[in-house]
Ligand binder design. Sequence first.
Ligand SMILES: Nc1ncnc2c1ncn2[C@@H]1O[C@H](COP(=O)(O)OP(=O)(O)OP(=O)(O)O)[C@@H](O)[C@H]1O
Length: 510
Amino acid sequence: MFINMNPKDTFAQLGSLVGGLMFFWAIFQQYFPYQLRTYLEKYSHRLVNYVYPYIQVRFNDFTGERLMRSEAYSAIQNYLSVNSSMQAKRLKADIVKKGQSLVLSMDDHEEVADVFKGVKLWWASGKNTPKTQSVSFFPTSDERRYYRLTFHKRHRDLIIGPYLKHVLKEGKAIKVRNRQRKLYTNNGAYWSHVVFEHPATFQTLAMEPEKKKEIIDDLIAFSQAEDFYARIGRAWKRGYLLYGPPGTGKSTMIAAMANLLNYDIYDLELTAVKDNTELRRLLIETSSKSIIVIEDIDCSLELTGQRKKEKKKEKKEDQDQEGKDQNKEKPSKEDRDGKGSQVTLSGLLNFIDGLWSACGGERLIVFTTNYKEKLDPALIRKGRMDKHIELSYCGFEAFKVLAKNYLQVEEHSLFPTISNLLGDTKITPADVAEHLMPKTIFGDAEISLNSLVKGLENAKEEEEKKAAEEEAAKKKELLDKKKAEEEEGKKTAEEETKKKELLEKEKSQG
Ligand SMILES: Nc1ncnc2c1ncn2[C@@H]1O[C@H](COP(=O)(O)OP(=O)(O)OP(=O)(O)O)[C@@H](O)[C@H]1O
């Protein structure tokens, strides 16, 4: 119709057509009966749906009656932040990880395309402003944002199922990567947190390379095993027991674990927890992708005594349902006085085995102790503490890691001497690290290594002296024992002779 007309006329006609339509719409809204209007809208929608081949799904930023922030919306936002920054013309910028990185996402009323398994689809961002609100250039809290997904109806199953699952999973993973990790500590029954910024990594951890690799592999396998745990019907959780003398790197390893997996840390101080109910509450509040740490578990609770007491009691009462009733455990005197924690071993075990398994996944629980042998075997059996890792005195391989980290030295003429001395002494990585700390502003390796050699020689001397003293004490003990036995023998012999003499005397008289 417009083909042979001159463009000016075409625009004039188009203008009058639009004007006419708007006029008609205004009259329609004013005079058409309300019920008829909704009727008409309903059927016009149906008509459009009938001929329109696309499906649209809308994801609002707030959902539900109480307008909670939608998890799906924020996952999509994260997903699109990666995809849209290459396509959208107007972007929003945000700083994450305490200013360490910048995240770009598409601004309102932008549209980007995505392709999934060869199928094209479109995401558009939008916002609704309440009608009563006056026009403002500044965002207000009443604005409701949303994302709208559009795709062809023949791809319905693919998009509603696998594609959206993929978007939500990716979005959550991006969120975890961008988040600022936290270190939580409990003040009684409540968690408080600070930003977690420990620099320890498995590269900086001094340990035999094979052992280190085994632990890293185990952690990575765990973090990727969501489907496996679901298939075997077990909660996606794993327990680690780190044991060894003080200063061998137990706390450092926990920080390295958190940095490797990008997890938060919940440092649980059991002695500050009043009772099992409080403990339950604290543990339920922990989030997924986290490590729950109970350090020095042997000092935290009467974990050795309580259970043994309880076992005796259970035997007597013929109750084989282990630790079912927490109240059966006798509180210590301190507990009865109301000063100490009334958290019990069975309270802890019940929670690890039972309720906790039902609250989300991807959590590690780590116990540390200097005395593994002091712990109740039930606490550290496989299934509860799946992996037992010993952190021990510094060997030559561990020393080489420290030398590389502290001095940037991989070879040195003093290394053979140090290797021999390390074999003869028991020195912790913490002590070795102290010797390797730069002694001058230039960080001369020779000075630090000589300091270590001296330290090792002194330690060896001390150990030899101690061993000699122990040997002497043992010898003296043996000698004393022998002497005591001899004297005892002498005494018995004398008594025997006396008895004999008395008997003979009686015989001769009688
Ligand atoms: N294996 C190690 N690798 C690297 N550094 C270590 C290692 N062990 C100890 N260190 C150093 O020694 C310091 C103390 O170590 P850490 O606190 O990890 O020991 P720990 O075994 O947890 O001790 P404790 O049982 O007293 O809590 C750390 O700050 C770290 O610098």
